[in-house]
Design a protein around this ligand. Structure first.
Ligand SMILES: Nc1ncnc2c1ncn2[C@@H]1O[C@H](COP(=O)(O)OP(=O)(O)OP(=O)(O)O)[C@@H](O)[C@H]1O
Length: 256
């Protein structure tokens, strides 16, 4: 297998073996094998159409692979839908963030996970408890957002990203997949979101980071896998590669 350091001696959280996925005649993923070490940030890079989103969708239960195997926490897994992936501990922050603008920060954090309390024979939403917990979730990540009662539509792009990441990381998840988390952000907000991601890693979270920004990959990630035309073009430890080499692997100027 091409890639940085043998997985045998490593604590691997997620492994992908010879994974393939086609859409009609398009072979979006061809025999991909790679792994994500526990507690590290692993980046996935590649040109447009290289297969990054398809791999993310397979890992998050949106697509099922045609061939190959995924193991998670030592067990073979096959997720029938995104809910199954979530239950296993894989949370994905998609580019559209899936936040509801008209709802508040705390309502978004608890979307589909609302806390209820008993009131006589009735179950009612425990708004107070959810607001307290929402503040704790954000404080834990040192995220500087407006009050949890603010509507999400009032937030900046970076704050929205932070809420989406807090939601993904806040439910006992084992792996957070982030699809281009800073693509739409300015320099300062990018720096804040990168701090947040680094903070999650410091807490022991395993992260898969999809990014077109090689400088960001080299700054944040421990290792990087490169996809080209649906195939694995190579893998590197970020301490042992350069932006130039990554460009070469992405374009095919350098063989993996
Ligand atoms: N649902 C689909 N139906 C048909 N073809 C698809 C589908 N999803 C992806 N593809 C095709 O699979 C290939 C890989 O696409 P994918 O979106 O995974 O690439 P990507 O690396 O994420 O690109 P980008 O950086 O542009 O998002 C492309 O040729 C794409 O057109």
């Amino acid at each position: 297998m091409t890639g940085p350091t043998s997985p045998i001696s490593q604590d691997v959280l997620l492994g992908v073996e010879q994974l393939s996925k086609s859409f009609g005649n398009v072979r979006a993923l061809r025999d991909i094998s790679l792994w994500l070490p526990r507690g590290q940030i692993t980046a996935l890079v590649g040109d447009n159409g290289a297969g990054k989103s398809t791999l993310v969708r397979v890992l998050s239960g949106v697509h099922q692979p045609d061939h190959g195997r995924v193991t998670f926490a030592g067990q073979p897994v096959r997720f029938a839908d995104p809910q199954a992936a979530r239950l296993a501990g894989i949370e994905t922050v998609h580019q559209n963030l899936a936040l509801v603008d008209e709802l508040t920060v705390w309502q978004n954090l608890f979307l589909n996970r609302e806390l209820v309390r008993r009131l006589g024979p009735f179950a009612v939403l425990d708004r107070g408890a959810m607001q307290v917990k929402a503040r704790e979730m954000l404080a834990r990540l040192s995220v500087n957002v407006p009050p949890v009662r603010a509507k999400v539509q009032r937030l900046s792009g970076g704050q929205r990203q932070a809420v989406a990441i807090a939601r993904a990381a806040g439910w006992g998840s084992k792996l957070v997949i982030m699809d281009e988390p800073t693509a739409a952000l300015g320099v300062q907000e990018t720096a804040r979101v990168e701090e947040l991601i680094a903070g999650l890693r410091a807490e022991g979270m395993t992260i898969l980071l999809i990014s077109h920004n090689f400088e960001q990959v080299l700054r944040l990630a421990d290792r990087v896998w490169v996809l080209r035309s649906g195939a694995l073009a190579g893998g590197r430890l970020t301490t042992e590669t350069t932006g130039e080499e990554l460009v070469g692997l992405v374009t095919g100027a350098i063989a993996g």
